[in-house]
Design a protein around this ligand. Structure first.
Ligand code: PAF
Length: 284
């Protein structure tokens, strides 16, 4: 595995691979790698001859009161994991090289970026979209894999890549879960052991919604309300939002109609840690 820190060197390397007709995939991360990231790598490895991983804690997607400074950065451990997962190139630049002073362009993905995570974290998706487009330009892959756990991020990236005719396939990888169903996340380490136990309520809430929909119910608003009550029963769990949305626009849906895809999306504060999760289904 080759480690590259200079964007110009990464771009030149990627350009050379293109000229040699190497089929490449990229997995973008902010480091603190866990099983969820390794799943993305496995998916990329199955499809590509060359897999690039990026590790970059992107300052532009954190709000002023968010955890940018305390975000975990265990680089040596990440590099060892990336190497053993079969990554060919690890691109880990410094912020000054990604955003030199002269760089003033930002991307506004439009309405999809203003809802839910976008409403709770103003500017977040603009920061994500800007860095993703830059990293695609630097690494020049044929495809990029993103986790379904960040479902709205995935929808925003699909929107931006389609709208800007970027010509890269965007693949979604299924959510990986711990034994009790909690979605794997770099932020899970912030939970105390009591909070960690309570955090499994997000998955139990998903199971409740899944059972309701599988039993034939279509009243999404009522199912969401029941699900929220279940979450609020945990002493330290406070939902920021919880509702069903149209899977591609992220507009709120109160009733499921056949032929459409929906997603239950939720963000729940457990103590001082904010967790997100989601579940998608197609209404037949
Ligand atoms: O999902 C993440 O880790 C980040 O939002 C991403 C896509 C690497 C952009 O910084």
């Amino acid at each position: 595995m080759q480690i590259i820190t200079d964007p110009a060197e990464m771009q030149a390397t990627a350009e050379k691979m293109r000229l040699q007709h190497q089929f490449t995939g990229v997995v973008m991360t902010m480091g603190a790698l866990h099983e969820g990231h390794l799943n993305l790598v496995r998916m990329a490895r199955e499809k590509a001859g060359t897999v690039i991983m990026t590790i970059f804690v992107n300052p532009k997607q954190f709000g002023p009161n968010e955890d940018f400074h305390r975000y975990p950065r265990p680089f040596e451990q990440d590099a060892a994991l990336a190497r053993s997962a079969g990554i060919d190139y690890l691109f880990a630049p410094q912020a000054e090289l990604v955003y030199p002073e002269a760089c003033t362009t930002t991307i506004d993905p439009g309405p999809i970026a203003t809802r839910f995570e976008g409403a709770c974290r103003p500017g977040h998706f603009s920061g994500v979209a800007t860095v993703v487009v830059k990293l695609l330009g630097i690494t020049r892959p044929h495809f990029a894999v993103f986790g379904e756990k960040d479902a709205q991020q995935l929808a925003v990236i699909r929107r931006v890549v389609a709208d800007l005719n970027i010509g890269v396939s965007i693949l979604g990888a299924p959510i990986t879960r711990e034994r009790d169903g909690l979605a794997t996340s770099s932020r899970n380490i912030y939970l105390s052991s009591d909070e960690r136990q309570q955090a499994s309520v997000l998955y139990r809430a998903i199971l409740h919604a899944e059972e309701a929909v599988t039993s034939g119910r279509r009243d999404l608003e009522t199912i969401a309300a029941e699900t929220e009550t279940l979450i609020r029963a945990e002493p330290d769990a406070v939902p920021d939002y919880l509702c069903f949305v149209n899977d591609s626009t992220f507009e709120t849906s109160s009733l499921a109609t056949p032929g459409n895809a929906y997603r239950l999306v939720m963000a729940v504060q457990i103590g001082t840690t904010r967790l997100i999760d989601n579940w998608r289904f197609e209404c037949r």
